[in-house]
Design a protein around this ligand. Structure first.
Ligand code: PBG
Length: 338
C-alpha cells in the first residue's frame, strides 16, 4: 500500500522506550518529594489510619523509624503533623515544647541530621472544637489566631525545624511568623506557606488521621472557594510580600490549573500537596482492582510536576521514590520508562 502523504508522524517518537525517554518533557525526581507524618506523644505502637491504608499515627520513636526508611528510599524531607494528648479551646498544646511536633523535630534532627524537617503550623489538631483558630462564638478571630500561630511556629523553630508551613489561611500570618522568627534569631528558618488552600472535600481522610474535623460548621470562612483562581494569585502575591519562601497549592489534582498559573506568574518555588482524599481515592480503587495503583500514582505525580510544582507533598513519597530510583517498579516499568 502506498503510504499516506503525511509530513508529520508523531508516532515516530513513541516507537520504543528509548525514543520516548529521549523526548520526555517532565521528569520526576525523589528530591522533589516530601513525606507527611502524623506524630503523637507516648510509646504507643503505630496505628494505621482506616481511610489511608499504609499511613500511620506514629509515636516519636516510630516517626524516626519511618523517616529513616524514607531517607533510605531517597525522600529528602518530611512534613510533621501533631496529635496532642489534650485539646482545649485555644489550642494551647500547639506551642508546648514537649508536644508531639517539637519532640519529633528534636529526635529527627538528632538521629537524621541530613533530613529536611518541615512542620505544619495550624491549630485545628489542637483545638477542642477542631477549628483552625481562636473563636468568638462561632467566628474565627483572625488577628488573635495569627499571634497564636506565630508562637506555634516559634516553638517549632526552637526545636530545630528547617521550614515552617502555616496551613491555617488566616490573613497576615506569614508576615507575623516571619517577624517573630527573625526577632528570635531564626532568620534562616524558611516559610512554606499554604497560600492557595481550597475548602476541599479531599481533606476528609486527613481529619480522621489527625482527629481535626470541626465539631460544628466548616472551613469556608478562611479556606478558598474551589471556583476561584484569580483569588489564588492574590493570596500568593500577599504571602510573597509578607516573606514566604515557598508557596503551596492544595489540593493538587483538582487544581492543576492553579499550580500552572502560580508557577507561570510568579516563578517562585512552588509546592503542591497531593492530599489525603487524593491518596485514599487511588488506594480504594486499587483495592478493588479497578486501577493499576503504581501507574496511577506515577501518572498523578507526573501531572502535578508537569503543571508546575517543584515540590510535591504526598503520602506516596516513599513508594514513588523507590520507583524513581529503580528499586521498585510501576506496572512493570521503572522510573525512567513509565
Ligand atoms: C490543617 C491541615 C489540613 C491538611 C493539611 N493541614 C486539614 C484541613 O485543612 O482540614 C489536609 C491534608 C490532607 O488532606 O492530606 N489545617
Amino acid at each position: 500500500m502506498k503510504p499516506l502523504d503525511l509530513p508529520n508522524r508523531p508516532r515516530r517518537l513513541r516507537r520504543n522506550a528509548v525514543i520516548r525517554g529521549l523526548v520526555r518533557e517532565t521528569r520526576l525526581a525523589p528530591e522533589m518529594l516530601v513525606y507527611p507524618l502524623f506524630v503523637c506523644t507516648g510509646e504507643a505502637p503505630r496505628r494505621e489510619v482506616g481511610s489511608m491504608p499504609g499511613v500511620y499515627q506514629l509515636s516519636v520513636d516510630e516517626a524516626v523509624k519511618e523517616a529513616r526508611a524514607a531517607c533510605a528510599d531517597g525522600v529528602p524531607g518530611v512534613l510533621l503533623f501533631g496529635l496532642p494528648d489534650a485539646k482545649d479551646d485555644a489550642g494551647a498544646a500547639a506551642c508546648d515544647p514537649a508536644g508531639p511536633v517539637p519532640s519529633a523535630v528534636r529526635a529527627l534532627k538528632r538521629e537524621l541530621p541530613g533530613l529536611l524537617v518541615i512542620t505544619d503550623v495550624c491549630l485545628c489538631e489542637y483545638t477542642s472544637h477542631g477549628h483552625c483558630g481562636l473563636l468568638d462564638g462561632e467566628t474565627i478571630l483572625n488577628d488573635a489566631t495569627v499571634e497564636q500561630l506565630a508562637r506555634v511556629a516559634l516553638s517549632h523553630a526552637e526545636a530545630g525545624a528547617d521550614i515552617v508551613a502555616p496551613s491555617d489561611m488566616m490573613d497576615g500570618r506569614v508576615g507575623r511568623i516571619r517577624s517573630t522568627l527573625d526577632d528570635a534569631g531564626f532568620t534562616d528558618v524558611a516559610i512554606m506557606s499554604y497560600s492557595a488552600k481550597y475548602c476541599s472535600a479531599f481533606y476528609g481522610p486527613f481529619r480522621e488521621a489527625a482527629g481535626s474535623a470541626p465539631v460544628f460548621g466548616d472551613r469556608r470562612s478562611h479556606q478558598m472557594d474551589p471556583a476561584n483562581v484569580e483569588e489564588a494569585l492574590r493570596e500568593v502575591a500577599l504571602d510573597l510580600e509578607e516573606g514566604a519562601d515557598i508557596v503551596m497549592v492544595k489540593p493538587a489534582l483538582a487544581y492543576l490549573d492553579v499550580i500552572a498559573r502560580v508557577k507561570a506568574e510568579f516563578g517562585v518555588p512552588t509546592a503542591a500537596y497531593q492530599v489525603s482524599g487524593e491518596y485514599a481515592m487511588l488506594k480504594a480503587a486499587a483495592a478493588n482492582g479497578w486501577i493499576d495503583e503504581p501507574r496511577a500514582m506515577m501518572e498523578t505525580l507526573t501531572s502535578i510536576h508537569r503543571a508546575g510544582a517543584d515540590i510535591i507533598i504526598t503520602y506516596y513519597a516513599r513508594d514513588a521514590a523507590r520507583v524513581l530510583s529503580g528499586s521498585a517498579t510501576a506496572g512493570g516499568l521503572d522510573g525512567r520508562a513509565l
